[in-house]
Design a binder for this molecule. Structure first.
Ligand code: AMP
Ligand code: MG
Length: 508
């Protein structure tokens, strides 16, 4: 094991200059909230993907990390100077059932750096071997899901949606045993505003002391809501802030047809970033009941259920905070309930704004609600492609060619009736203003990670070792709003029936 690609190169000197300037506040401030741990050594690390743009943002030495040093560091074989790797403790409700101890079973937080914008960012591994939280698992990750997380995170980022991002993907050179047989192993390096989750609070509310819970809440406030430090009801304000971030986030998911797939409380962040791209997928034909995850048999995490589940998860966060909201239990419950009950209204606020942008509805008119509902009804009844319907509506906005839009609907009459009402609302004197069209195009992506494209790209990379389709897809998805010639295949739904019964799987 010692004589391997990643280890035979002496990278010690380089590591010191790789640019990591760690400042590990979690390890420092939250003793007892984690287990210090080391990544497993891997036999033959190969750096498959390195996110130069993100590395630049993190002020890392991009050129040095692109070579053998990157393979050594991002496989876990070579610890960058200043890293204090830890496995974090957390609990979580998984599909509604509570697991009092989950934790980083196959992840490690290397530490935090301050990026060039002054933001503190976590740098963490996924798939770096067993930890004290691994339970029955092997602590490893498989190449396909690692590349999938890389791609999905970058796509979401390009769509302007808050998300964790991949910094690197390394093939480990070893095989990992899964149900399907031995599969190529990989390590993902992930960057996050933090890895604090609802489940982190649940762990310390059920297993920790009241002091630990307070320490955690104070840490979360200092890190994500520093303006609340010293405020009168900081913990209630924290709950409100998390609720607001989640309301805004879920509205963005809904706006692009994103289905997270496994919204367990351990996969819901305090920061408001999307995290854990396991069985996630984008919806094609519009149907709020859409579910892709093979393990979500009840449709708990269906597209249209996501706002309700976010509220349910927030209620779990609220429960953990109760002892800190008031000495009087009834008062504490009343305060928390008010925030949790306000979630649907906060979500609707964000979603209505999103839908208005997508439909080009400027200002507010009495007929808007009927217009918005009418459009969604139309999409659902005719199972129109969600992404293209909005996008082609933008293109048709200036009385332009409506053929592409019409082509998405099996019955054109109800569409034409709706379009007449929309035209009267948005462009009563004829053509819509070019600014409006431009604004609609910026709200309605043309290129999303369509399931058939993602699967084809991953299959080429994993089965044939051909990374070109994956690279091409990422490149296209980096500019989702920007129509370019020659890319029709990236904007088209899968051929009819080709993805019938499509299922996604958790990355384990
Ligand atoms: P996830 O579904 O990836 O969010 O993971 C849920 C929990 O299962 C977390 O505590 C993970 O650390 C743990 N887990 C997932 N996969 C593995 C694995 N291969 N080995 C050990 N723990 C795992
Ligand atoms: Mg998770």
């Amino acid at each position: 094991m010692a004589d391997t690609v990643g280890m035979s190169t002496d990278t010690t000197e380089l590591t010191a200059t790789a640019g990591f300037r760690f400042d590990n506040s979690y390890a420092r401030a939250l003793d007892g909230f984690y287990a210090p741990w080391q990544a497993a050594q891997v036999p033959a690390p190969v750096l498959l993907k390195f996110n130069r743009a993100l590395a630049t943002e993190l002020a890392l030495d991009v050129d040095a990390l692109e070579g053998p040093l990157g393979a050594a560091v991002f496989s876990g074989n070579q610890l960058p100077q200043g890293a204090t790797p830890i496995a974090q403790a957390y609990a979580g409700h998984q599909f509604g059932g509570f697991s009092p101890q989950l934790g980083d079973g196959r992840a490690l937080l290397l530490g935090e750096v301050i990026d060039i914008h002054g933001q503190r960012r976590d740098i963490a591994f996924k798939g770096s071997g067993r930890t004290p939280f691994s339970r029955g698992g092997d602590g490893k990750a498989v190449l396909g899901p690692v590349l999938r997380e890389y791609l999905m995170g970058e796509a979401m980022h390009a769509l302007g949606i808050p998300t964790t991002r991949a910094l690197a993907a390394v093939a480990t050179g070893e095989h990992v045993l899964r149900e399907a047989g031995p599969l190529p192993g990989a390590v993902l390096t992930r960057v996050a505003a933090s890895h604090l989750r609802v489940g982190t609070f649940q762990f310390f509310a059920t297993r920790g002391t009241p002091e630990q819970l307070k320490t955690l809440a104070d840490y979360a406030i200092a890190r994500h809501d520093p303006a609340l430090v010293g405020s009168e009801q900081p913990y209630l304000a924290l709950l409100r802030a998390v609720s607001e971030r989640q309301a805004a986030l879920i509205a963005r998911w809904i706006g692009v047809g994103f289905i997270h797939g496994v919204m367990n409380t351990d996969n819901m962040t305090i920061s408001g970033e999307t995290i854990d791209y396991g069985p996630c997928a984008f919806m094609d034909a519009y149907d709020p009941a859409t579910v892709f995850s093979s393990i979500d048999r009840q449709g708990r995490y269906a597209y249209g259920n996501q706002p309700g589940i976010a509220q349910w998860n927030l209620a779990r966060l609220a429960e953990t905070l109760l002892p800190m909201l008031s000495e009087d239990a009834d008062t504490a419950v009343a305060l928390a309930t008010e925030v949790v009950n306000a979630f649907p209204e906060r979500y609707q606020h964000h979603w209505q704004a999103e839908l208005r942008r997508k439909l080009g509805l400027q200002g507010e008119e009495p007929q808007d609600e009927a217009l918005m509902n009418g459009w969604l009804d139309l999409l659902q009844t005719q199972r129109a492609d969600f992404t293209l319907a909005f996008r082609h509506l933008s293109d048709a906005a200036v009385g332009g060619d409506r053929a592409a839009l019409r082509g998405l609907f099996s019955e054109p009459e109800p569409l034409d009736a709706w379009l007449a009402r929309w035209q009267a609302r948005c462009a009563p004197t004829g053509d819509a203003a070019p600014e409006l069209v431009e604004q609609m195009r910026l709200a309605n992506p043309l290129y999303i990670p369509r399931n058939h494209l993602v699967e084809a790209a991953l299959a080429a990379a994993v089965e044939q070792g051909d990374q070109a389709p994956f690279e091409r897809l990422i490149t296209v998805l980096q500019r989702p709003f920007d129509a370019r010639s020659g890319l029709d295949a990236f904007a088209s739904p899968a051929p009819a029936g080709a993805m019938a019964g499509y299922r996604t799987f958790c990355g384990t």
